[in-house]
Design a protein around this ligand. Structure first.
Ligand SMILES: C[S@@+](CC[C@H](N)C(=O)[O-])C[C@H]1O[C@@H](n2cnc3c(N)ncnc32)[C@H](O)[C@@H]1O
Length: 227
């Protein structure tokens, strides 16, 4: 028998043999990246691999996840849509504007998005939000996983254009994509400082934790737009 425990809105722990992170499948019968489908009392849950998803790892590292059924999300660095698919499950009545600049990843991603009505795919550079300002509406959360050296600046640029007052930023910082010579700890301290002070708008950091054991030398950050 399988058991389900709600962790936060749209996010569950399903126990079948072992405990697994999961979301309710918005596209019943279909998998996206080889995850498992587990039906419980007429609802199909899709397991969520924290090793394939920084957001999944942040859930297990006990971050508060500011997502609701009707949230609007701007997702920067969609790749082929592994994590976006779970965000799409969570915000079943909302929307995910998902930006990716690699055409190869985009090809698979578009196939996935065509089956889900709440994903809007955008082939663009996340550092140039002007290019997609005509598509994206104001959002409640920006999730960023672009592994770029100037990621604090990219976050600020997008927040300035699209983030609602009181909105949140969730960011994955990969130490090696910023500086290969400094220690991850030094890189993280610098990057957090940049989010707080270097650009406009500024952010208040609510949570910052490494994503071990799921992702090595990555820091997860939850921040709030400063009033
Ligand atoms: C670590 S992967 C993202 C994985 C994805 N978030 C997931 O969990 O399924 C980083 C992605 O960011 C994309 N990327 C990097 N810089 C970007 C930029 N400036 N604009 C848009 N996409 C970018 C890369 O092409 C890559 O697909």
């Amino acid at each position: 028998m399988s058991e389900v425990r709600k962790l936060s809105d749209g996010i569950f722990e399903v126990t079948k043999d072992k405990k697994q992170l999961a979301t309710k499948n918005l596209d019943p019968g279909k998998t996206v990246y080889g995850e498992k489908l587990i039906p419980v009392e007429g609802i199909e849950y899709r397991t969520w691999d924290p090793r394939r998803s920084k957001l999944g790892a942040m859930v297990l590292k006990k971050f508060n996840i500011p997502l609701k059924e009707d949230s609007k999300v701007l997702y920067l660095g969609a790749a082929s849509g592994t994590t976006v698919s779970h965000v799409s499950d969570i915000v079943s009545e909302g929307a995910v504007y998902a930006v990716e600049f690699a055409p190869r990843s985009m090809r698979d991603f578009i196939k996935l998005a065509s089956r889900r009505k709440n994903i809007i795919t955008i082939l663009a550079d996340a550092g140039k939000p002007d290019r997609y300002a005509h598509i994206v509406e104001p959002v409640d959360l920006i999730f960023q996983d672009v592994a770029q050296p100037n990621q604090a600046e990219i976050a600020a640029r997008n927040a300035a254009r699209f983030l609602n007052k009181g909105g949140y930023l969730m960011l994955s910082i990969k130490a090696r994509s910023i500086d290969t010579t400094a220690s991850p700890k030094e890189v993280f301290t610098e990057e957090v400082k940049k989010l707080e002070l270097a650009f406009e708008p500024r952010f208040e950091i609510l949570t910052a934790r490494d994503l071990m054991p799921y992702h090595e030398d990555h820091l997860g950050v939850l921040a709030k737009l400063k009033e």
